[in-house]
Design a protein. Structure first.
Lengths: 436, 322
């Protein structure tokens, strides 16, 4: 992480800490520390309507961190042993679509999936690659670009205004940044799916009636004060109370608690961080959270590629197949886009450590649900999985496509505080061919 | 905290500002928008497929509210005010100088005060709601013209916890109604109130509400419904009978309900149906198969792909719980 990000965020952190302290002292509650990023929002109305009817309402973004090997997952080359190595290849529920044998459960849900086999990036290092994937813009020293989830918040707002609209599970906190848009569009980073939201219960030392009385008092003082001084900063403090109170009394808080899930369902997703993260993502989407990211690391397979990728795939396979089929049977897949991305692929040539190295010029991603075609492949690499022959998709196009799926105005320009214009996909166009 | 002390001390010194004259949206704001803004920012399509400029329709209350330009109670944070109050040479000024901008200072002041006062579209929220028509039925609703939804009815429904959104920017008169974080409190009584917007409602989400068979009689009158979500409610075959007139249904979610094969003949009559969800209901394999035969183009979801592919660890849950 570059040093400058810490300094850029200096104001944000201290303000957030101040607000948390204010709520604790004033109301006798501790407000979830990680929730500071959402408390500044003040949305009276529900989300902006989509640009077209039938657009997706939520996105689950699966971030394969470390650089997922395309050959050993979604773009195998069974006729070319030289690059394929020992990874087996299997048929799927989609005609003429074959994927890695490490993903047998995923094979059963391929009829819901569009594979993107022409992914391409210009970043060959992890941090820069992840940055571009999440934000559509290359890393610069002078500005912090907002993450995709922040763009979604900015362009359309939250649907459920009692809980955060953007949640990032298990990855770097950077994935949830609001960047130059400010903390109010940023997401809530959750370390682990099993922890849920912390500090969102009323302290035992404060009785319910005491709590309500304090609220009423705070309310009364505030409304008089606000009537007199309509300053934005003061409103922000008011927003803090509203949000914290809503959360503590909200039925929606249950969305964060995986103990409400049947053990069979928990097993189906896989009893590991990523699997449970995907299950949490489904619960959040059921509660109308707009953007959920779940990260799975460990794809940086310079050594022992085939052993490592197989073990990553076991985790991915149960979680992805479980997620898609669970969304489908609940009727949620029509309105939920599941997108899987990674910062780059891995070399078709196998190195001396039976590993694969970084490979930005050709790799794979996928999208499912949210109006995209099922059993469809967009883009193709050559017989060595070395060069994209057709259907290039850059990170900017990938993000613009997610925006299009949600019915967002993808060409809308948002200006940074320094006056520079930005769009959700760095002016890239969405790939409309993948929509049914 | 130091700031709290400051706030407190200021509070004790100052008095609340007395109520000034409230701005009337229909008489004072709508005419400004109509004459200066709506030639571009309109939901009424002139040519086929034309969208309002910047996806923002300023000619209907819903368009204004859902366009992302309004921060209620705070004009300085509302694009609707900020953009019209810019200096004449500013690039982002609305309306542009070529299109009759800027507004007069009085007009700008009216917009500011209206937003600061809460951007109300009707003077009194529940007032002016017509009595529910007892003779309403699906066919009657279909015969009604589709026009701008009643603002009072929208305020009223939002007041009882509904989330109301136009289905798209270009279709502000067609509404989707959901109960997003209020579902656990919603009973047949609240659901009946949706009838005030009957000609406008095309999508209705009643998932996890306290809806009963009795409440489904109201739903059965919403003749324009294309999307209906009844999942995880207490309804059964007796209730489904009340929906037989909903001929436009394209998407029906019945997962986690008690319906059985007895409801299949009614569902089979929805000729436009594209998807129906039956997982966790009491519909049998045979029931689902017969529905697939009657509606060959519809997706009938009862089982998971994984189960169909014999992954036995992808199993049915013992209970539904949130």
């Amino acid at each position: 992480m570059p040093d400058n990000t810490i300094f850029n965020k200096g104001d944000e952190v201290s303000r957030r800490q101040f607000m948390i302290g204010a709520a604790r002292n004033c109301l006798g509650v501790s407000v979830l520390p990680m929730l500071g990023s959402t408390v500044a929002t003040n949305e009276t109305f529900a989300a902006t309507p989509p640009m077209r009817r039938g657009a997706a309402k939520s996105v689950i973004f699966l971030n394969m961190s470390g650089g997922m090997s395309h050959l050993d997952t979604f773009d195998p080359k069974p006729d070319n042993d030289e690059v394929q190595g020992p990874t087996p290849v299997i048929d799927t529920s989609a005609d003429n679509v074959r994927i890695s044998g490490f993903l047998p459960k995923t094979a059963s849900i391929m009829r819901h999936v569009t594979l993107l086999r022409g992914m391409q990036t210009n970043q060959g290092a992890h941090e820069q690659g992840q940055y571009l994937l999440h934000r559509s813009y290359p890393m610069r020293g002078t500005i912090v670009h907002p993450a995709l989830g922040a763009w979604v918040m900015r362009l359309s707002g939250r649907r459920n205004t009692t809980i955060p609209g953007f949640v990032s599970i298990g990855g770097s906190a950077e994935n949830a940044t609001g960047g130059f848009m400010g903390a109010k569009f940023g997401g809530v980073p959750l370390g682990s799916a099993n922890d849920g939201l912390k500090d969102s219960k009323r302290a035992h030392s404060v009785s319910e009636s005491d709590f309500n009385r304090r609220l009423q008092l705070a309310d009364k003082m505030n409304s008089t004060f606000h009537g007199k001084f309509k300053q934005k900063q003061i409103k922000t403090y008011h927003g803090l109370y509203d949000e914290a109170i809503k959360l503590m009394t909200s039925e929606d808080l249950k969305a964060f608690d995986l103990n409400h899930e049947d053990i069979k369902i928990r097993d189906m997703y896989g009893q590991n961080g990523f699997g449970q993260g995907c299950l949490l993502a489904r619960r959040l989407v059921e509660h109308h959270v707009r953007f959920v990211e779940v990260s799975l690391g460990g794809w940086d397979t310079h050594n022992d590629n085939f052993v490592s990728v197989e073990s990553r795939c076991q985790i991915l396979d149960s979680a992805l197949a479980g997620l898609i089929s669970d969304l489908e049977r609940r009727g949620l897949l029509d309105t939920t886009l599941v997108a899987l991305g990674t910062e780059f692929g891995r070399t078709p040539d196998i190195n001396e450590n039976t590993g694969r190295d970084h490979f930005p010029r050709a790799f794979s991603g996928l999208m499912a649900g949210g109006g995209v075609k099922g059993g469809f492949v967009y883009g193709e690499t050559d017989r060595k999985a070395h060069t994209v022959k057709e259907g290039v998709v850059t990170p900017g196009m990938f993000n613009a496509t997610i925006g299009h799926a949600l019915g967002l105005p993808t060409e809308r320009v948002v200006t940074s505080p320094s006056g520079r214009p930005f769009t959700i996909g760095d002016e890239a166009k969405p790939v409309k061919e993948i929509f049914a | 905290m130091r700031l709290n002390l400051i706030i407190l001390s200021i509070l004790f010194v100052l008095h609340h500002n007395g109520g000034a004259q409230e701005i009337d949206y229909k008489k004072q704001i709508a005419p400004i928008l109509a004459s200066k803004c709506n030639s571009c920012h309109t939901a009424k399509k002139k040519e086929s497929d034309k969208k309002p400029k910047a996806g923002l329709a300023l000619d209907t209350p819903l368009g204004i509210r859902s366009g992302g330009v309004l921060e209620v109670g705070d004009a300085l944070s509302s694009e609707l005010y900020v953009r019209v109050s810019l200096p004449k040479n500013a690039e982002d000024l609305m309306p542009p100088v070529d299109d009759g901008g800027p507004l007069s200072s009085r007009e700008i002041e009216l917009i500011k005060k209206w937003i600061d006062d809460g951007a109300r579209f009707s003077s009194s929220d529940a007032e002016g709601l017509s009595k529910l028509d007892d003779s309403l039925d699906a066919r009657k609703v279909l015969g009604m013209p589709v026009r701008e939804p009643n603002v009072d009815a929208i305020s009223h429904l939002e007041g009882i916890g509904a989330t109301i959104t136009p289905v798209s920017v270009a279709l502000p008169e067609y509404l989707s109604i959901e109960w997003i974080s209020t579902y656990h409190k919603i009973t047949d009584k609240e659901i009946e109130q949706t009838l005030h917007l009957a000609p406008n409602i095309v999508e209705l989400d009643l998932s996890r509400t306290k809806l009963t068979n009795e409440g489904l009689k109201h739903v059965g009158k919403l003749g324009r419904l294309t999307h209906l979500n009844l999942s995880r409610t207490g309804i059964d075959d007796n209730g489904i009978k009340a929906l037989s007139e909903l001929k436009s249904l394209e998407w029906l979610n019945l997962y986690g309900t008690k319906i059985t094969d007895a409801s299949i003949p009614i569902i089979a009559k929805y000729r436009d149906l594209k998807a129906v969800y039956l997982w966790g209901s009491s519909v049998s394999d045979e029931g689902a198969s017969s529905l697939r035969k009657s509606l060959p183009d519809a997706k009938v979801v009862r089982d998971t792909d994984a189960r169909a592919n014999r992954f036995n660890d992808l199993d049915e849950p013992n209970r539904f719980d949130f």
